[in-house]
Design a protein. Structure first.
Length: 115
């Protein structure tokens, strides 16, 4: 009887432990911040729609990497490192695109150039 109770308790606790290891709150928060940076760039005109679409696709790729890492229930140290590296690259791309000479200040879909 004790064995059955122990197995029942373990069957409830182990999935919770696996789920806790598969959580990636830091990755999720950083994704949200980067998406907010893209939206802010579009709103201010420092990103053209084409640049924003390209950056959104990059964010989607990082999301897919995260989902694949979580698929087995555990995000390993190596997977976290690859996710952070991908987010670093994406962050640099966002910065570079927001600070280049292509702008759309009047939001008409055409590139406005500063002189």
């Amino acid at each position: 009887m004790k064995i059955i109770k122990t197995l029942a308790v373990l069957s409830m606790v182990l999935p919770a432990i696996a789920f806790a290891q598969a959580n990636t709150p830091g990755v999720d928060q950083r994704q949200a911040n980067q998406e907010r940076r893209i939206d802010q760039g579009v709103a201010s005109g420092s990103l053209t729609q084409r640049e924003a679409n390209r950056l959104d696709r990059g964010q989607d790729r990082v999301d897919n990497m995260e989902n694949r890492a979580k698929s087995d229930g555990v995000v390993t140290r190596g997977e976290r490192a690859r996710l952070n590296q991908a987010q670093d690259r994406q962050s640099a791309r966002i910065y570079r695109q927001k600070h280049d000479r292509q702008h759309d200040y009047n939001h008409n879909g055409r590139v406005d150039r500063r002189r």
